[in-house]
Design a protein around this ligand. Structure first.
Ligand SMILES: NC(=O)c1ccc[n+]([C@@H]2O[C@H](COP(=O)([O-])OP(=O)(O)OC[C@H]3O[C@@H](n4cnc5c(N)ncnc54)[C@H](OP(=O)(O)O)[C@@H]3O)[C@@H](O)[C@H]2O)c1
Length: 415
């Protein structure tokens, strides 16, 4: 495990803890034990705190920190490396792990540009391993139902929609303080919705253009490179040439005492219907005296991740945030142990064809992220209103600035 921060504690830790006690089982693979072998981080401090109370579950798990930690990790006989480092530090550990022949799972956003994506996808192909990205919102039962209605032709032809995800100030002000400089909340969380839109309503459409704007001044200086809030617009074109536009609003400066505490909602409008959903207000409202909304959520999403006392007495944390990790390990188990060694290639190809998490299917999301980063970088220098066009006459990803005759080719090949 590379990166042992907030998302490790929320989802990876409960997965590894359950897996340490209950092997994954499938008829094809038999029981498969998942063991947490090592934690790699910048300082090793959070990892040490975590391991201190888990010695019984992970007696031989190593705590590796510093410049040589990744190298040390990759010298060990591991099969899988999970990467949950800050947004702009995924590529290097992923590249090294794939080069060492490990299956790799990367937290969203996978990488920040298409050249990096191309390299990782090619490396995974050469090494005969899986390279996948975590998009847990695709496993949210509401989103599975949305996709079912679309695939079954009940909701027809999406035209437009909006998504918003607003994180509290504590995220930008303390949790991410070490790596937030120059970053933005859209790359961090809009990708959840970019993938949801692309996976649910695609793949038979094409990405046409990307625009974005935002506000600064709370997390960083008003004229700096760190963004408080971002409004992103993505336009697709259906095969019948009609356009579909999506506005995605993100921020990490919401009040800390906002009930919930992350605000999340979506609306999608179709030729024949509207889908309105709130990922925070799931119907449960609970208030306990003496607890503020930050430490005890008033409008909780128990589907994502919660601790449950099962009717049969077992106590464990589960939800789609954890299920998505288990799925990946099942896919690795299937490749390695799901049949005779001479059919491994066939099994590998079958798992690589799963577009919900394969890195090769992340092209359009990474293209949007690359466009967004380029637009925001210019906006921070006062060049607002840029648009990035996709697969136009000038190249795969090309940035145009209002009033400026020159174009900037961000990615020449077709997206
Ligand atoms: N799926 C989701 O909904 C979701 C939610 C939150 C975050 N994420 C994603 O998960 C990733 C991590 O976010 P987080 O919230 O866990 O961040 P975080 O709390 O800031 O933790 C970052 C972790 O990475 C380690 N780290 C930093 N730089 C490193 C490096 N160069 N090499 C090795 N380790 C390094 C840190 O080490 P120290 O412990 O020593 O500081 C820390 O353990 C981000 O990409 C984020 O977008 C996903």
């Amino acid at each position: 495990m590379v990166g042992v921060g907030m998302i490790f504690e929320e989802t990876y830790a409960p997965f590894f803890e359950t897996a340490a006690e209950t092997p994954l089982y499938d008829v094809a693979t038999g029981p498969v034990q998942v063991q947490l072998a090592a934690l790699v981080s910048r300082t090793g401090q959070r990892a040490a705190r975590y391991l201190q109370h888990r010695a019984n579950l992970f007696p031989s798990c190593q705590n590796l920190a510093g410049a040589q930690a990744l190298k040390e990790l990759l010298r060990q006989p591991l099969e899988v490396v999970c990467i949950a480092t800050p947004d702009n530090r995924h590529y290097e550990p992923a590249r090294c792990a794939l080069a060492a022949g490990k299956h790799v799972l990367i937290e969203k956003p996978s990488v920040l540009n298409l050249s990096e994506l191309d390299e990782l996808v090619a490396l995974a192909q050469r090494q005969g391993v899986l390279a996948k990205v975590v998009y847990h919102k695709l496993l949210d039962p509401d989103h599975k139902r949305l996709r079912t209605l679309v695939c079954d032709g009940i909701l027809r032809h999406v035209n437009n929609g909006y998504c918003s995800l607003l994180e509290p100030k504590s995220i930008s002000g303390s949790q991410f303080a070490e790596w937030i400089h120059g970053r933005n909340p859209a790359t961090y969380v809009a990708v959840h919705y970019l993938k949801l839109i692309d996976f649910t309503f695609g793949p038979d459409w094409s990405l046409d253009r990307v625009t974005a704007t935002g506000q600064r001044g709370l997390v960083g200086s008003p004229d700096g490179y760190t963004w408080d809030s971002v409004q992103l617009q993505v336009v697709y074109r259906h095969p019948d040439q009609r356009e579909a536009a999506f506005d995605i609003h993100t921020s990490w400066v919401n009040p800390d005492n906002f009930p919930g505490y992350v605000e999340q909602e979506v609306q999608f409008r179709f030729d024949n219907g509207v889908w309105n959903a709130h990922q925070r207000k799931r119907g449960v409202e609970v208030t306990v005296e003496g607890h503020n909304p930050r430490e005890f959520k008033i409008t909780p999403n128990h589907h994502y991740n919660a601790e449950f006392l099962e009717p049969w007495g077992q106590r464990r944390r589960r939800g789609y945030g954890i299920e998505v990790l288990e799925r990946f390990f099942r896919e690795v188990a299937y490749v390695e142990y799901g049949g005779p060694p001479q059919q491994r290639d066939q099994r590998l190809r079958a798992m690589q064809q799963l577009d919900y998490n394969d890195l090769a299917a992340d092209r359009r999301c990474v293209a949007i992220v690359q466009a967004l980063e380029a637009i925001l970088e210019r906006a921070a220098r006062g060049k607002t209103g840029c648009v990035v066009r996709v697969n136009g006459p000038d190249g795969g990803l090309v940035l145009y600035e209002p009033g400026c005759p020159e174009k900037v080719v961000l990615y020449a090949p077709s997206v």
